[in-house]
Design a protein around this ligand. Structure first.
Ligand SMILES: *Cc1c(COP(=O)(O)O)cnc(C)c1O
Length: 385
């Protein structure tokens, strides 16, 4: 089986497993305890926070550890929405149509149950939010803008710095979901100019079930998980010490080895994109070619059922993913496919191929010779027409 789904999740780096290991049953204390067991656990969290802060170029007390990337998105958006409404009365939240469900669903609920007003920002055909779109949409009543750093489905990188500048000039909080981006792109929060940034460890060779939110000092935020005073009163619950240690170590290694990792994956990505577009009729790249995650290839094939193609690929020994939601009998193109303006006959046939540090040229070549006949087969079997 060849794994080509690194945007869904990554295996945990063995160096990360090693760093986490003592905190399960040797140094197992509760970081809030006064005794020495507690002190050791607390010290591990403190040094993890410092390590993350070094990578992000921020202060340790601007990092809040959470249970996942989704939770970081929730804390940022809910927390800032409530706090900004209380502080200024602002009720509008702006977000791109191509955001991850952790953002879009959160906004839907804030609209439905809490009276916030949501404006969905259009993306261009490459799935990018332009600074002009943001500049046009903001008004005096805008509380937050949320635009992802890089898109998980189509790999497009957004001009976060420019968007952050517009928000700052207008006193609007800016949140970016960097869960997908952090594996390969620089995450210096001062350079990016963001107020809040979400991260999740399992997208960069860390464990599942741990995330972090960067919160710029002075950003008003209401906690969404209330209880004990952990994480600066922003996220109650005894900290998951081994996973926090794992998060910090995975991010440190990612930052240290970024250039090598990009140099490894980018030629593989380009080989996939070049070969697929050349060898498969009625195929197109989704997302931007230039402003694109270096490990990410994504396509749409006309008149193909993307889920059927995934099943055929799986049977042939390849793990990839698609964007369309798997609703039996009545498949729908994903929101992202709709947002970039693909018609149903194209949007249902999406395929995402994402490589990682373990992927070899031989893996990619095996995939590239297996794919064209499988697309052909899926086309013949297509019942969505
Ligand atoms: C994976 C992902 C998330 C969710 O992260 P979890 O840690 O799985 O909750 C959010 N946003 C983007 C862009 C992602 O790729």
């Amino acid at each position: 089986m060849i794994y080509l789904d690194y945007s869904a999740t990554t295996p945990v780096d063995s160096r990360v497993v090693e760093a986490m290991s003592p905190f399960f049953n040797v140094s197992f204390g509760n970081p809030s305890s006064v005794h020495r067991f507690g002190q050791i656990a607390e010290a591990a969290i403190d040094s993890s926070r410092e390590s993350v802060a070094r990578v992000l170029h921020c202060k340790p007390d601007e990092i809040v550890f959470t249970s996942c990337g989704s939770e970081s998105d929730n804390l940022a958006i809910r927390g800032a929405a409530y706090a900004m409404r209380e502080k200024t009365g602002a009720k509008w939240i702006l977000a791109s149509r191509a955001e991850h469900p952790a953002v879009t669903k959160t906004l839907e609920y804030l609209g439905k149950y809490d009276g916030f007003l949501i404006e969905w920002l259009d993306v261009n055909e490459q799935g990018m939010v332009t600074p002009e779109t943001v500049a046009k949409a903001i008004c005096g009543d805008t509380a937050i803008v949320s635009v992802m750093y890089a898109n998980n489905e189509i790999g497009t990188i957004n001009p976060i710095k420019e968007i952050a500048e517009i928000c700052r000039a207008n006193n609007i909080l800016f949140h970016t979901d960097a869960v997908q981006a952090a594996a390969y792109l620089p995450v210096d929060v001062n350079d990016l100019g963001v107020d809040m940034m979400s991260l999740g460890a399992h997208k960069f060779y860390g464990p599942k079930g741990v995330g972090a939110l960067y919160v710029r000092k002075g950003t008003p935020l209401v906690p969404h998980l209330t209880g004990g005073g952990q994480e600066f009163n922003l996220r109650a619950g005894t900290q998951n010490v081994p996973y926090i240690v794992g998060f910090a170590e995975a991010l440190r290694l990612t930052n240290e080895e970024r250039d090598q990792r990009v140099a490894h994956v980018q030629p593989l990505r380009d080989r996939i994109i070049g070969s697929v577009l050349e060898s498969i009729p009625d195929s197109r790249l989704t997302g931007d070619m230039g402003s694109r995650l270096p490990h990410h290839a994504s396509f749409a094939f006309k008149d193909v059922d993307g889920n059927l193609l995934l099943t055929l690929l799986d049977a042939a020994g390849f793990a990839c993913s698609s964007g369309s939601a798997c609703k039996t009998g009545n498949p729908e193109p994903s929101e992202v496919m709709n947002a970039i303006g693909l018609s149903r006959e194209w949007g249902l046939g999406s395929l995402r191929v994402t490589v990682g540090v373990q992927t070899t040229t031989a893996d990619v070549d095996k995939f590239l010779s297996a794919l064209p006949p499988l697309v052909e087969k899926a086309r013949k079997l297509n019942t969505n027409k």
